[in-house]
Design a protein around this ligand. Structure first.
Ligand code: ATP
Length: 265
């Protein structure tokens, strides 16, 4: 009989080991190691230029490390191409939402989900394939509150709605690891409230890494935080303790009590 898996035998969803990426004399990501358990809600924060986006690029595969390894659920993906990483379950939403304005809102999500269909190499012309993908896309639009806009051209959406569409597109492949690059940027308070509700309701099967400047969003969504400074890890740990670190507190102009009071972890 196969023994039941226990927590110790389940590999982390993501394991970064000594990851380094330099541009000439500048080391944008400097010897970063990080292990995230499945179901993680992990934020990466730090000042401009700290290396946050470069780190997401390395995980997504759109940038390559000079040194170090990246392991997804036990499989080494350090040299795996970004499209393949996407099919393996790494999805990403961008600082600038990457939607196609000429397509309908629904078709943006259908297109994003297309490469993830189990029969992506065959039967792509069948009308049933489109219907299946459209049904699944409809569910993701409901998740982000855009179901009523499914038939509108994406170009007609507001900035906040485009961000939600970008998130629906990221969810279209049923990812196991979702990389969110500043999802709250440019959103109104209402939009941030909606975003918190949507991300907060994603199932634990989707692990999340969140790069975000809004510390309130980090405090609400993340259970663990890594603070980067000049490419290196300044501090990492549970949200409450990490945000109360003196250097972090000073950088975000909050009192320890104010931040710690908001934090989940
Ligand atoms: P921000 O919060 O402003 O988005 P960040 O923490 O995401 O910043 P990165 O964009 O990862 O920081 O940049 C880290 C450092 O690497 C910066 O000094 C940046 O100028 C540099 N950098 C990033 N990409 C390149 C590149 N392609 N060529 C040269 N330098 C780069």
């Amino acid at each position: 009989m196969t023994p039941a898996p226990n927590a110790a035998s389940v590999p982390p969803v993501l394991d970064l080991s000594r990851l380094t990426r330099s541009y000439g004399s500048l080391t944008a990501v400097d010897d970063i190691s990080l292990r995230l358990p499945s179901g993680a809600r992990h934020a990466v924060i730090g000042p401009n230029g700290a290396g946050k986006t470069t780190l997401l690029d390395l995980i997504a595969g759109t940038n390559r490390p000079d040194r170090g390894t990246i392991t997804l659920e036990g499989a080494d993906i350090t040299r795996t191409a970004p499209a393949r990483r996407s099919r393996l379950g790494i999805a990403r939403s961008f600082q600038q939402p990457s939607v196609i304005g000429e397509l309908s809102v629904l078709d943006n999500v259908v297109l994003a989900g297309w490469p993830h269909h189990p029969k992506r190499r065959g039967a792509w012309r069948r009308p049933s394939r489109y219907r299946q993908q459209a049904e699944s896309a409809g569910h993701h639009l409901e998740t982000v509150g855009l179901a009523d806009s499914a038939g509108r051209p994406a170009s007609a959406l507001s900035h906040g709605q485009r961000r939600m569409l970008d998130l629906a597109a990221a969810l279209a492949g049923d990812p196991r690891l979702l990389l969110l690059d500043e999802p709250a940027a440019g959103l109104t308070d209402d939009g941030i409230g909606r975003l918190l509700g949507i991300i907060g309701s994603l199932p634990e099967s989707v692990s999340i890494i969140l790069v975000e400047h809004h510390v309130e969003v980090v405090a609400q969504l993340a259970t663990t935080v890594t603070v980067l400074k000049e490419g290196r890890v300044l501090v990492t740990g549970p949200t409450r303790e990490t945000l109360a670190h003196p250097e972090v507190r000073d950088a975000y102009h909050h009192t320890a009590n104010g931040l710690a009071g908001e934090a989940r972890g």
